[in-house]
Design a protein around this ligand. Sequence first.
Ligand SMILES: Nc1nc2c(ncn2[C@@H]2O[C@H](COP(=O)(O)OP(=O)(O)OP(=O)(O)O)[C@@H](O)[C@H]2O)c(=O)[nH]1
Ligand SMILES: [Mg+2]
Length: 460
Amino acid sequence: MYHKDTISAISTPVATGAIGIIRISGTETLKIISRIFVSNKFNFNSPVSHHLYYGTIIDLDDKSDIDSVLVAYMKSPHSYTGEDIIEINCHSGMVVLNKILSNILKCGARLAEPGEFTKRAFLNGRIDLTQAESIIDIVNSKTEASLKIAAKHYQGLLADKLRAVKSDMIDIRSLLEATIDFSEDENEIMSQDNLLIKNKKISDSIKALISTYNEANIYRSGIKAAIIGKPNVGKSSLLNSILADNRAIVTSLPGTTRDTINETINIKGIPVNIIDTAGIGHTSDEIEKIGIDKTLTMIKDADILLLVFDGSSELDILDQNIIDSLPDKKAIAVINKSDLHHILNNDVIKSIHNFTSVISVSALYNQGIEKLKSEIHNNIIVTDFDISNNILISNMRHKTLLEKTLKSIELVQKALNESVSPELIAVDLQAALNSLGEITGETTTEDILNNIFLRFCIGK
Ligand SMILES: Nc1nc2c(ncn2[C@@H]2O[C@H](COP(=O)(O)OP(=O)(O)OP(=O)(O)O)[C@@H](O)[C@H]2O)c(=O)[nH]1
Ligand SMILES: [Mg+2]
């Protein structure tokens, strides 16, 4: 339900900073600001929209000054929410922000729920649901690539694409209706072919979008790469070398790393969480045993494994045991210590397990690290979509609904091929239209909408 009351919230982090912003949105916005804002230029009855006004926010009770501020007014419907909006730019500090907000609330505004400004923008038709969801992705973007994907959604390009698909579906519906009305029409066979072609075009477009999900989601959510291996092969040194930072303790003693250590880096646009783990081996040490248990969990959770070997020594039973227990997932063999005399045979490593690649590095001298990063990227990104020129699907909700739409469209295809009655085909077509509409928010239920907007922060 859309309660048209006036809402307010602090839209910037409640912390010390140069500027903090408090938003007010709703029909009472001007009435509220007129009670606490003193300014020479601001005409409280009809201020100029999209202008900044300098003045002072005063305390409602004792009329004392709270802060010198700049107030921006955005008149309905040309505002973020589509309602009258005031944004107060004040000095940022916990006390000042909260004091201004509490005065606004005293004047009759209600504290906004998380995402409520954006929800109103959606409910007032300023943006569709894919645009609203993209805002969370923009805020959470970890790399430029994920930002690019989200920014395109915010521009409404995904919604445009879905609208085009919808328009083709509506064409089919019209043709079906015509067939129902004029079933004796001699052009019936012609239109049947036409329908099949149009329907195929729809399913191709949906399939193309779905096919981008895995990679787009990798750019959005990132991947986990676990560095594993027996003790002392140089796992922590490798982590430090990849991060170009002395993050993990390195010693010449086996069993140095007890707990997992992880840091996220950007590898060609992918946020990769690199996890250093305790070496897997025989130990009677209680702490080391717990560390090894954690390593085994990390192996399960990781998207890709970097199995490190010491290239300056023979493969031994500890290495072999780890290889034997590798789960069925992507694993790169990293032959470390390439600066020392090479003893381990890389061809043997290649032959004993289906590694995606075998790379020689020297973690100590930072050699082969760029090649290893490229290899991680190549193993994760298979198609390498052109992010700048394509609309990619990175949201699970969108993917699930596209798959649902596709199922209905395939039923339409089957029914058309079997010359089922147009009335029945129309039922599957309507199901497809409904699923598609759920993505953009046209047919989304209130519960789902609430769930989506609750993921926003307060003030957004
Ligand atoms: N020469 C040489 N020594 C290395 C290289 N990488 C690591 N080392 C040395 O190998 C020893 C063990 O390194 P670590 O990085 O602590 O090894 P680890 O696999 O994390 O060991 P644990 O945490 O005990 O399992 C240290 O003395 C490192 O300096 C390398 O590329 N070349
Ligand atoms: Mg270590």
